[in-house]
Design a protein around this ligand. Sequence first.
Ligand SMILES: [Zn+2]
Length: 373
Amino acid sequence: MITLSTSLRRAAKATFAKILEHTGARPRLSQWSHVSEDGVRVLIVSYHRIVADFATDAPTGLSTLMTSRDTFRRQVRQLCNAFEVVSLDTALEVLAGRRRAARDLAVITFDDGYRDNFQHAYPVLREAAVPAHVFLPTDYIGTERALPHDRLYRALQILNRDRGDWRDLGLDASAVTALAEVQGLNANRQIDRLLAKHPTPRVVRITEQLERRFGLLPIEGVPDGARPLSWDQCREMQAHGVDFGGHTAGHTVLVHESPDAVVREIGRCSDAIAEHLGSAPRHFAYPNGYHHPAIVKALRAAHFISAVTTEDRPNRPGAGSFRLGRKVLWEDFSLGAGGRYSDALTACHFDDVFGTLALNRPVSGLGGMSPSD
Ligand SMILES: [Zn+2]
């Protein structure tokens, strides 16, 4: 739901973006950030779902993971105009100083392997002839099972709506304690907090208890586009410039797992991609962005060469390839006053103007807790 403060913030940022554009300040700020990044700029953007129509699809699930096909097409066009859109492999070569780039570079990535990536993103990527990366939680690919956060969101929506006497629902003690700690937050914040604090299997068990209480089937009401890709769809995309990376087997937030479980999650994911797509994945995305050095060690041992976070900061040469910064996008990101697509606002985000002016604070994924915890 769009609140008054959201529309005010949106209008303020859009007006600011227009002023920067018309006065020529944005290109100057962009140049300044280039100087501070040794002249090489690598922007990695992250999407989740690409939906047919945002207004229709937003009420059906986690809207902060959704970008409409039209907005996605415009963003890709803007990326192609301002950057050379390349694969992660090329970006890593440039960041390592082994290759020179004539222009700024951008990399397009998708997390979670949603079916609508094939339905709505893939045609746009083909039309623009740009490479992209999709990070797969492999236990879900080729199934009709909804991802843990989507099931949790649906259950929390019901719980929050009937917030009166939920302690009498007969949930076990650990579920009651975990839910009490996030009471009063919106479902998005509740999911972030629960997954930041508890092992993913425990969060799944809490979800299953809620589903049983509310009489929900795990896939009931989940739109087709929010279900996982099939391996055939992956192979079709792979034949046309889409690379598939790892995102664990069970969409498991790794920072809460034992060293053995981390190795198993990464190994199972890598083996499934090798089996179905012909070669082992080389790039990885940390579920919910959380990581620590032992996870990096396990990834290196499994022959991964890079990993992306959800930390919104520029990628600088020599910074290492297992903590790459990414800008996480969704529909709201490009909408200016009146909810219309704003080229100026989008350009400001892509140029990291709000980060340069310290209006955005990057959130670290190191260790697994958000700054507010
Ligand atoms: Zn994910």
